[in-house]
Write a protein that binds this ligand. Structure first.
Ligand code: GDP
Length: 447
């Protein structure tokens, strides 16, 4: 069944939440830290899903802080989990040991639902805001003790459970596979583009001769969706839409762009390479695929193929760069690399750009730097007024990476014009050097 591990530092209310979700009152719960409990599990139904709940506790009596045993237990529970339910105490705010546990969760790469407990009173408000800064997504305000917000937690668990059922062969499954064999995380890359831009040729160049699709037969026999390769010591998993397509060709179907395959590849990938044909770049379909990549929040690199056929290269390159900035404002600053998949020229440069895009996609900005920046941005260009009152933006934090996702607390979020959000996004991109990735900015109501 689907395993959910409830994780967090001691005394945030894990057992109370466990009991709520399991639907019974089993555990000895007390507001004192340091009660000895073993790790407990319960089978329960949440919505339509069969769920195994795991409560991580295991604190030695008298221990404060994070003991080695607690850490081990938590790590083991996370490793076993399909979803981590990360709990903080909103009344206490985010403290150092929350950060340590959050780091365990982040580095596991497991899907996570963040809940801020003890939200029954006003004392919890500040802690709820701080919770955004853990970089584990948006916190759900709950009170395990008073049974508030438990429905939202259940829905989030059910969503994750259903998503796993559906998406096993793409994102989630691949992530789990990569996690299973311990080694360094293999960067997932997809190469997408219109038919005939040279995707197969580029994939073959990357994968090396021995795995080459030389004819339709090879295309049929190789049905692995992703191939693992080693690029200068960095493991990569390359999603191969070309392999899928070759099958269709053999069956005599017309050659066309399959949006389904493209979307599958995009969702699989961390970094997507959009391959263009140097002779016909930025066609409508190219732009549609780019928009899809941004919408799915993936890191993007643009590769212009068949560069060997191009004359007046410098002039052409400038035109391409200009077109790129104009046509793809949502990924401003995106890397544009020229390659010849056929000869292998430029592929090194392309892979460097891929790794750089991944780095930007994963980056986390400190909250204090963001708020300093916000203050300056507000001063340089104050937000407009609405019915005589200026719209106020008060606090900002990065709620997530992959892609960079920011939350800004605003007095009147619905009234803030889109142009102002764009001003902030463009400024963030410039000031924090975030080229080529989609940036998400969520406005939340805050006093
Ligand atoms: P796909 O449909 O995107 O997988 O495209 P293919 O890899 O099948 O390539 C389509 C055609 O473009 C083939 O005839 C390739 O030989 C050719 N091609 C691919 N890359 C290059 C390149 O870098 N330079 C040139 N001149 N031709 C290329």
């Amino acid at each position: 069944s689907f395993t959910v591990a409830i994780v967090g530092r001691p005394n945030v209310g894990k057992s109370t939440l466990f009991n709520r979700l399991a639907g019974r009152r089993l555990a000895l719960v007390d507001d004192q830290p340091g009660l000895t409990r073993d790790r407990r599990e319960a089978e329960t139904e949440i919505g339509t899903c069969e769920v195994t709940l795991v409560d991580t506790a295991g604190l030695e009596p008298g221990d404060t802080g994070l003991t080695a045993r607690m850490r081990e237990q938590t790590e083991a529970a996370i490793a076993q989990a399909d979803l981590v339910l990360f709990l903080i105490d909103a009344r206490a705010g985010v403290i150092a040991s929350d950060e340590i546990f959050a780091e365990l969760v982040r580095s596991s790469g497991k899907p996570v639902v963040l809940a801020a407990n003890k939200c029954e009173g006003r004392a919890a408000e500040a802690g709820l805001y701080e919770a955004f800064a853990l970089g584990l997504g948006e916190p759900l305000p709950i009170s395990a003790e008073h049974g508030l917000g438990i429905g939202d937690v259940s829905v989030a668990i059910e969503d994750a459970c259903l998503a796993k059922g559906e998406g096993q062969e793409s994102g989630q499954g691949a992530e789990a596979d990569a996690e299973a064999d311990e080694g360094p995380h293999a960067l997932r890359i997809a190469i997408v583009g219109r038919p005939n831009v040279g995707k197969s040729t580029l994939v073959n160049a990357l994968l090396g001769e021995e795995r080459m699709i030389t004819g339709p037969e090879a295309g049929i026999t190789r049905d692995a969706i992703a191939s693992e390769i080693d690029w200068d010591g960095r493991p990569l998993r390359v999603f191969d839409t070309a392999g899928l397509r070759k099958k269709a060709r053999v069956e005599g179907k017309a050659e066309e762009l399959s949006v389904g395959d493209t979307l599958k590849a995009i969702r699989f990938a961390e970094v997507v390479v959009l391959l263009l044909d140097a002779e016909t770049p930025f066609e409508k379909q190219d732009l549609q695929i780019a928009a899809l990549i941004a919408q799915e929040g993936r890191a993007l690199v643009i590769a212009v193929n068949k560069w060997d056929l191009v004359r007046e290269r410098e002039k052409r390159l400038n035109e391409l760069r200009e077109a790129c900035e104009r046509l793809l404002p949502q990924v401003r600053g995106v890397a544009l690399v020229t390659v010849s998949a056929k000869s292998g020229k430029g592929i090194d440069k392309l892979m460097k750009a891929v790794l750089a895009a991944d780095e930007v996609w994963n980056r986390r900005m400190p909250t204090h730097a963001l708020n300093q920046w916000l203050a300056a941005a507000l001063e340089a260009h104050p937000p407009p007024a609405r019915s005589g009152r200026r719209i106020k933006l008060r606090y900002m934090t990065q709620a997530n990476a992959r892609p960079p996702t920011f939350v800004v607390f605003c007095s009147l979020p619905k009234a803030l014009p889109d142009s102002y959000s764009r001003y902030l996004v463009n400024g963030l991109r410039e000031s924090f050097d975030l080229p080529g990735v989609p940036i998400r900015l969520n406005l939340r109501k805050g006093k």
